[in-house]
Design a binder for this molecule. Sequence first.
Ligand SMILES: Cc1cc2nc3c(=O)[nH]c(=O)nc-3n(C[C@H](O)[C@H](O)[C@H](O)COP(=O)(O)OP(=O)(O)OC[C@H]3O[C@@H](n4cnc5c(N)ncnc54)[C@H](O)[C@@H]3O)c2cc1C
Length: 382
Amino acid sequence: MQGSTPYDYIVAGGGLAGRSLLSHAMWAGALKGKRVLMVDKEEKQANDHTWCFWETGAGPFEPLVHHRWEQLHFHDGNAGWLLQLSPLQYKMLRADDFYQYTDTLLRTSRSIEMVKGTISDITPEGCAMIDGEPVKARYIFSSIPAQTSHLPKTYHYFLQHFKGWMIETPMNLFDTGKATLMDFRVSQQHGPAFFYVLPVAPDKALVEYTLFSPSTLNETDYDDALHYYITHHLQCSHYKVLEQEFGVIPMTDQPFASHNGNIIYIGGAAGQIKGSTGYAFQNIQRHSAALASLLLREQPPHVPRSGQRFRLYDSVMLQVLASGKLPGREVFSRMFDRNSTGKVFRFLDNQTRFSEELGIFASLPKRAFLQAAAKTFSRLYL
Ligand SMILES: Cc1cc2nc3c(=O)[nH]c(=O)nc-3n(C[C@H](O)[C@H](O)[C@H](O)COP(=O)(O)OP(=O)(O)OC[C@H]3O[C@@H](n4cnc5c(N)ncnc54)[C@H](O)[C@@H]3O)c2cc1C
């Protein structure tokens, strides 16, 4: 950090959202002549996330795609079937590749300074306290999660928690052209629970046990479930765990502020994590591109809120889960079984038209969803 002249922008948090924003801003040419500081409390080298998402064609971080699949298995607990994605692809990107690539990219800009530091406070006037030192900027783009002890009861708060093992098997076990999106052959006693299997080589796959519930499990519960699934369903009793991943993603319908004075929220802190699925990668790319375009035009970086009705659908879905009346696996099974795969993925990405959404709703159990919709309406609006 140099001198007492304020920066144009501080990017508080150099994770997915901070680095995506700066990459999009660089590509748009929005940082020419600007002074920008990116601050993170960590070095950001480890593979602390594996991001999966779907899209048609090439995305902004295409060279980093570690693996992609055009066919996905779905197993509702009783029967399995194959989803054909084309022209969509389900893609996997490793965080260590993303950090290395964006480090190199952002270092090519003379505008950007990257430092390691802990931010203890950010004021709406545009001052960040970095390792005890006040540093000012015109705008501070923050992805630092808010520390809230009070969660208003009006909203639902679930956790999507998961543990994944990258395993290596002694024989070629996997078809690298097919991944498993959801396999519900696991106890549903804690809430919706399923496995992902993402093969990256014939003898290597990321197997992930995921649950949607109000609290996490004991570590051994994840390990036992993973071992059981690998031995019984993948039918492999000898395997090596090469890497592990554990994560907790908040799933909520609580509204998030887009800004507070000169603080502009990005990433999870801006509510870019979809309440009903936990996916955020594509939302973050769209938000970053929209912010970059405003910065290029020297306009206040306030991206208009869109997708209001999708937030309502997320609330209804969380209400269905909270009521416990309808198993989550039935909802996802019906959705994927009775609609075209492309339409469901576009729906889960907030990209469908209302007329298409009517077809999706018609495939879901009406009574449970109508009750949940009525409850959601009274919970949020009355
Ligand atoms: C393990 C995991 C896997 C996920 N997988 C997927 C997926 O497959 N697909 C998908 O769409 N979404 C996924 N998500 C959800 C979402 O995409 C990620 O959470 C994403 O990283 C959110 O981006 P972000 O920039 O908001 O947060 P982060 O990437 O976590 O970045 C925030 C940064 O802020 C820094 N920071 C925090 N506090 C301070 C502080 N006080 N001072 C300085 N720096 C600070 C952190 O070190 C971090 O680097 C996953 C989430 C997790 C946790």
